[in-house]
Design a protein around this ligand. Structure first.
Ligand SMILES: [Zn+2]
Length: 457
């Protein structure tokens, strides 16, 4: 039984899926006009882990995440580079999936691109106009009439009166809109911009209508979970909800939002110029360190994801690998071993409670410590069970252990370690130290344990 903190009700609630045994998830994807930074990596890992865990629990997940391939920023970039919007979108979508593949983030079951769903967007806008929730401004496009939709503000816990106060205070209020908070559903074509035919003339969809139309088209009314970064709650998700419900559709049953990646006290963002690209972080620390670092903070909280967090996580991953390596060298085979029920139960309890990954990760590291202790005392059955549990639970979060089998140079290192053991056995400590130093220069550390010497990188 999974419980989540639902942004709309502001409470932790039990997730009761629309259909038993199935969970439908929609997560807002990237606007493809830049290379992803580590903030994108966090969001992707958060929802990848949620999807994997729910599937691991035996629930059938349908996961939809979109690509926004028509938007002001893409148009601006294309103009700046003197190229087409579709060229920009294709280039940065490819860059996005390239790093997400490296990060072991699974591809969505459906990956709708906005430009492929113009027709359902036009349909939805037409429904809103008919229902009296939208109006046409000649030469401008179609706007959503916020005051016509009573629940507006519920999701982001804002009052319309406050919003009107804020919006009215800005300089650029479009006089042709009925209210400064009304937002564009359809934007009339401007010279040189991509445009599609519609009942309101040539133009393009607003950003918010994309997600309402694509989620309803692919997952149907009343789908289960809607996710995204907490910077999307307002206005994007508030607007998505108003559009879908205003047109008579039941929308998401539960809303979950991940916290931002911060640099000092600022959000990491391209516009602030304080970002680390995800590709650079992957080059420096590898996918597993990034994944673990993300999981060590609860998804709803803000977090730093810099050098320190990634270095610490990489070191923790090496600890898990060393356990797997030790077990292999000692001839302990975890495949087919029984799992430790208590550890599995504790892991589930953490994950079922609003995807409590920090607690779940702690269970994995505790179990790894006990597995090492079992190897130390040569309790092979217990060691196999605990190691199998570590492998299973880490796998549920998308982390695989590397036991070093077949790694290049390993045989040579094994041979040097054996030579050192022989040297020690015959009392030639100078030779033993020389071999230790030689290995240390190659980044190999040795650990003398009751069952022999093990090495790690
Ligand atoms: Zn969206």
């Amino acid at each position: 039984m999974i419980r989540v903190h639902d942004t709309l009700s502001r409470e932790k609630v039990e997730v009761i899926p629309r259909e038993p045994g199935k969970l439908s998830i929609y997560v807002c994807g990237p606007t493809v006009y830049e290379v992803p930074h580590v903030g994108h990596g966090r969001a992707a890992v958060v929802f990848d882990v949620i999807r994997r865990y729910v599937e691991w629990s035996g629930v059938d997940v349908t996961f939809v995440s979109n690509v926004t391939d028509v938007e002001d920023k893409i148009i601006a970039r294309a103009a700046k580079e003197g190229t087409s919007e579709s060229e920009v979108a294709q280039r940065y979508e490819a860059a996005y999936w390239d790093v997400m593949d490296r990060l072991d983030v699974g591809r969505p079951d459906h990956l709708p691109r906005a430009t492929e769903y113009i027709e359902p967007m036009i349909e939805l806008i037409g429904d809103l106009v008919r229902e009296g929730h939208a109006y046409v401004v000649e030469g401008q496009g179609v706007y959503f009439d916020v005051e016509s939709y009573d629940p507006y503000g519920e999701l982001s816990h804002r009052k319309l009166a406050d919003l009107l106060g804020t919006a009215g205070g800005r300089v650029e209020v479009d006089e042709r809109k009925r209210s400064p908070v009304d937002f564009a559903l359809w934007k009339a074509a401007k010279e040189g911009e991509p445009a599609w035919d519609s009942p309101w003339g040539k133009g393009r969809p607003g950003w918010h209508i994309e997600c309402s139309a694509m989620s309803l088209r692919l997952l149907g009314d009343g789908f289960d979970l809607h996710g995204g970064g907490d910077d999307l709650v307002f206005p994007h998700h508030e607007n998505e909800r108003a559009q879908a419900e205003g047109a008579g559709h039941a929308f998401a049953r539960y809303w979950i939002h991940n916290g931002m990646v911060m640099v000092g006290s600022e959000k990491m963002a391209k516009s602030l110029g304080n970002f680390t690209t995800l590709a650079d972080a992957l080059d420096a620390h590898g996918p597993r360190a990034i994944r673990l670092a993300v999981l060590q903070t609860h998804y709803r909280k803000q977090m730093e994801l810099g050098e320190k967090e990634l270095t610490d996580a990489a070191s923790a991953i090496r600890g898990l690998d060393n356990l797997a390596r030790r077990a292999r060298v000692a001839g302990i085979d975890p495949s087919g071993a029984q799992l430790d029920d208590a550890a599995v139960g504790s892991f589930r309890a953490h994950m079922d409670d609003d995807f409590g990954t920090p607690g779940a990760a702690a269970v994995i590291f505790d179990t790894a410590r006990w597995a090492n202790a079992a190897i130390d005392r040569d309790d092979r059955g217990e060691a196999a069970t605990l190691l199998a549990t570590v492998i299973e639970l880490a796998g549920a979060l998308g982390l695989e252990l590397a036991d070093g089998d077949g790694e290049e140079g390993d045989e040579e290192i094994d041979a040097l370690v054996a030579q050192r053991e022989e040297a020690r056995a015959r009392g030639d400590y100078a030779e033993a130290d020389r071999i230790r130093d030689q290995l240390a220069q190659r980044g190999i550390t040795l650990e003398d344990t009751p069952t022999g010497t093990i090495w790690h990188r």
